[in-house]
Ligand binder design. Structure first.
Ligand code: K7E
Ligand code: CUA
Length: 638
């Protein structure tokens, strides 16, 4: 096989002011092969629903190759689904296949229910920025599969990486990423809890200190490595193009980034000008050698070593040409292939990872690492895998999922008589991300697929101009994909992973470990109190007061406390109930103060005491038959 640089990739041509029409037009012009009419239509989700919502136990095969999505009352799901929450700044935990929403984890936004973003500890973590945009959730790995320790998620809005502990399902670290805007794709290394790689989607002046304002050719973007254990930024690689989705191999050697704007354009037409963009391949050991040898530059405050890899292929970075404006990059469960979705090309490009050594060594051209390029439909975005050699690509413009076979696609690259496409299934509508059970691990099990659709249109009761998203569940256990469930979601999940339930071990009461308790133990030490017994008011001077309170259902042990009007009051509450599901909380009437305190947890919140008078504080979480009686008085003196 020689160079397969195909010339059949279309030129961008604006045919309509609407973005979707625009994309469709631009892709169809040159490709002219895959039209909506050629697609398999008429999959009837409702008939499948009728069959699977029988009395059978969850997950049991009903008939050959068919799974039950109905989880009867009292039965548990077989998978944890971790969904990003987009503009809500959350992570959501779903039960799969029931699609029951089990929990929302506030990450980078405020949450009125729990007080996240308002209580002292979370405010400390958030550093004053309490909105965000979470897109990509990935769990930490050991030996190519989930190790059940952490969940990582990006905040695109504020260039941050957050980490959630899997025992408490609470955020324990948030790292600001320097020299970056639009932190988008992230992926942890898969051989061990090592680095988490983070892509900056937006090119900016480097450093962004007022220089090069009107010279976009001088802009660049960072591929950043953060230590998944310490959450420290270790190094960055500066690249000329933008960096979109991210992936890692299974060995800890390479990380990947798609680039949809190799042109360096600052407007739509400029970003779509070329027929080819790139998959960037980063050689992590080579980058780390350069960092160690001091072959780095200073950008900004110079606190992070930066390898400058702009301009051309070298020992740190290789650029694999991919048609056109690629978006997703996903690694198959064998670890052999990186699948890049063309977005503005109707193709996905399959890159053989075992050829990358020869690419870096200069023995073959970068493009020679592409071993297949099947046409999957208009607007391919992301790909999932079933562990049986099949791939499932989300097709945004056509609103379908295309199932195709990887080996056949490789054969078809040299033999046009081979058709790798197995099935196209309608989804509703405009699918973005897609993922399959355990798809991102070596344990991909090919049972369930979730399709995160960006538009729900007519699928649910109308609820005003802001529609729910539609997260659809698809059974992929058999030859044919079968749609089994529509799941309305509050905007806007971007990505999700489905994790076998035996891999996650949440604690039922707070283990009282980690940085939250470093924070509270420090305060207690300073005041000479024990958090588990302290019920007292401590004057800190300058109008500052700390109030320690312990709660045991159904009472605050401290039934009243006195402060002066205008005092800065910090209430530090510890819940002594070590009973599963027995959360208390603290709400101060008419003070905009409300937080949860989970079993055996400590939490605190700070506010300014209002005008002189009596204010009742109460426990807002239903905890006991005498829950309503769980209250006390703050007496504010003049
Ligand atoms: Cu919505 Cu992964 Cu941010 Cu694709 S991204 S669709
Ligand atoms: Cu404690 Cu309600």
């Amino acid at each position: 096989m020689t160079d397969r640089n195909r010339e059949d990739v279309p030129k961008a041509e604006a045919t309509s002011p609407s973005r979707r029409d625009f994309m469709k037009g631009s892709v169809a012009v040159g490709a002219g092969i895959v039209g909506a009419g050629a697609l398999a239509r008429g999959e009837d989700g409702s008939s499948v629903l009728g069959r699977v919502f029988g009395p059978s136990a969850a997950h049991a095969a009903t008939t050959k190759g068919e799974l039950a999505a109905h989880v009867p009352p009292g039965k548990l799901d077989h998978y944890y689904g971790f969904w990003s929450g987009g503009q809500s700044g959350e992570i959501r935990i779903m039960g799969v296949p029931s699609m029951r929403e089990l929990k929302r984890i506030p990450v980078v936004g405020r949450d009125a229910a729990t007080g996240w973003g308002r209580d002292d500890w979370s405010k400390e973590l958030l550093g004053g920025r309490d909105s965000g945009d979470t897109h990509h959730v990935h769990l930490s790995y050991t030996d190519g599969t989930y190790d059940g320790r952490y969940v990582f998620v990006n905040d695109k809005a504020n260039a941050r990486l957050a980490r959630v502990r899997c025992d408490t399902m609470e955020v324990d670290a948030i790292t600001d990423i320097p020299n970056s805007q639009g932190t988008h794709g992230i992926f942890p290394q898969r051989n061990k809890t090592g680095l988490v790689l983070c892509n900056a989607e937006f090119r900016t002046p480097q450093p962004n200190d007022g220089r090069d304002l009107d010279d976009p050719t001088a802009y660049g973007a960072m591929h950043t490595a953060i230590d998944g254990e310490t959450m420290e930024v270790k190094w960055q690689v500066l690249i000329e193009g933008n960096l979109d989705l991210c992936a890692t191999d299974y060995q800890g050697k390479y990380s990947f980034a798609t680039c949809y704007n190799s042109e360096g354009g600052t407007n739509l037409a400029g970003m779509m000008a070329s027929d080819r963009d790139y998959l960037y391949v980063f050689d992590i050991p080579a980058i780390e050698r350069a960092v160690k040898a001091g072959k780095t530059i200073k950008v900004g405050d110079g606190s992070v070593p930066v390898v400058d890899a702009r301009g051309g292929n070298d020992s740190h970075v290789q650029r694999i040409p991919i048609p056109k404006s690629p978006h997703g990059v996903n690694i198959d469960p064998t670890g052999r292939y990186a699948v890049c979705s063309g977005k503005l090309s109707p193709t996905v490009s399959v890159v053989a990872i075992d050829k990358l050594g020869d690419v870096f060594a200069g023995k073959i051209k970068p493009r020679d690492a592409v071993v297949a390029e099947p046409e999957v439909g208009l607007g391919p975005l992301h790909t999932a895998f079933d562990g049986r050699g099949n791939a499932y690509t989300s097709i945004f413009i056509d609103s379908v999922v295309t199932k195709w076979n990887i080996d056949k696609a490789i054969q078809a690259f040299n033999d046009e008589s081979v058709d790798p496409i197995i099935q196209k299934l309608d989804v509703h509508y405009q699918i973005g991300h897609i993922n399959a059970s355990m798809s991102e691990t070596k344990d991909a099990d090919g049972k369930w697929l979730i399709a995160l659709c960006k538009f729900s249109k007519d699928r649910f009761l109308p609820v005003g101009p802001l529609h729910p998203e539609n997260d659809q569940l698809i059974d992929i256990s058999g030859e044919e994909m079968k749609l089994v469930h529509d799941g309305p979601a509050y905007p806007e999940p971007h990505d999700a992973v489905l994790v076998r339930r035996d891999m996650i071990h949440p604690s039922k009461i707070d283990p009282r470990t980690g940085p939250r308790y470093d924070y509270y133990n420090k305060l207690a030490k300073e005041d000479g109190v024990d958090l588990l017994t302290a019920n007292k008011v401590i004057q800190k001077g300058k109008g500052r007061v700390r109030v320690y309170v312990v709660s045991v259902a159904p009472a605050f042990v401290l039934g009243e406390f006195r402060v002066k009007t205008g005092d800065e009051v910090q209430v530090i509450q510890t819940n002594l109930d070590g009973v599963e599901d027995l959360s208390h909380g603290f709400c101060m009437s008419n003070h905009d103060v409300n937080m949860v305190v989970n079993p055996r947890a400590t939490n605190s919140i700070t506010f300014t005491a209002g005008a002189p008078g009596v204010y009742w504080y109460y426990c807002p979480w239903f905890c006991h038959a005498l829950h309503l009686e769980m209250r006390g008085r703050m007496i504010v003196e003049a």
